[in-house]
Design a protein around this ligand. Sequence first.
Ligand SMILES: NC(=O)c1ccc[n+]([C@@H]2O[C@H](COP(=O)([O-])OP(=O)(O)OC[C@H]3O[C@@H](n4cnc5c(N)ncnc54)[C@H](OP(=O)(O)O)[C@@H]3O)[C@@H](O)[C@H]2O)c1
Length: 252
Amino acid sequence: MLVTGASSGLGAELARRLAARGANLVLVARRRERLDELATELARVHAIRAEVITADLSAPGASGRLVADLDASGSTVDSLANCAGFGLGDAFVDQDLESISSLISVNVTALTELTRLLLPRLLAAQRGFLLNVASTAAYQPTPGMAVYGASKAYVLSLTEALAAETQGSGLRVLAISPGPTRTEFFDVAGGEGLAVGRFQTPSQVIDRVLEVLERRNGPASTVSGWANRVAARAAGLAPRRLTLAVARRAIG
Ligand SMILES: NC(=O)c1ccc[n+]([C@@H]2O[C@H](COP(=O)([O-])OP(=O)(O)OC[C@H]3O[C@@H](n4cnc5c(N)ncnc54)[C@H](OP(=O)(O)O)[C@@H]3O)[C@@H](O)[C@H]2O)c1
């Protein structure tokens, strides 16, 4: 199982939980020291194989190089979890172009390319999962985090479409949409002032992921936390103008 964003937050928590179930892992992110530490711990505690591949997923061609590294190591993967991602909080006009491009490269381009490159293997394995981390930000436009919300709407849409395309293949495809979660996300995005809703722990979010993945005929997407689920459902039912106004006030 290959987990991107495994050096922190949701990716690290998912890796821990999968290792506890006996899965061999390939851990991907930029910070090698953290990945090495986690790999060593998981291999020791759970007697699994944990390989580390460092990659800057914002770099052009990163996904292709990552798969080449995977092939060179001889590791096989039956599941892919695209957890790497980050947010940017500020008015769009005040965000620098480099940061915007980097966000799109990680949250959208690398996720799409890696999924496309590995999907034939996941389909051939017939027993794993494709997990993409979207967000409650996917369910309405997010003024103040405009590019981030748009990137997560893309992730949600792509994942639901892939779930339909691969139905009956034996591969479980799921988009998880967490609300605010206690990880390093808000340190990177620009502070907890951007959070809308009550915080969950990474473990609560991964509980939801594992519970839904285990369901026979489970949904293609799910929101973590009942209050977040209600808010996402309401955003889908209310007039777009209203959800936009509410989101604008909430994010400030
Ligand atoms: N926490 C929340 O409130 C929340 C809510 C909704 C959705 N999400 C989504 O959840 C996912 C995981 O975020 P998190 O909350 O766990 O935040 P986090 O603790 O900041 O973890 C983000 C992970 O992404 C990796 N990453 C970021 N940029 C990268 C790059 N250029 N190349 C490779 N890896 C990169 C980081 O690793 P390195 O820095 O080591 O590269 C890290 O492992 C993201 O997609 C995020 O959008 C989070």
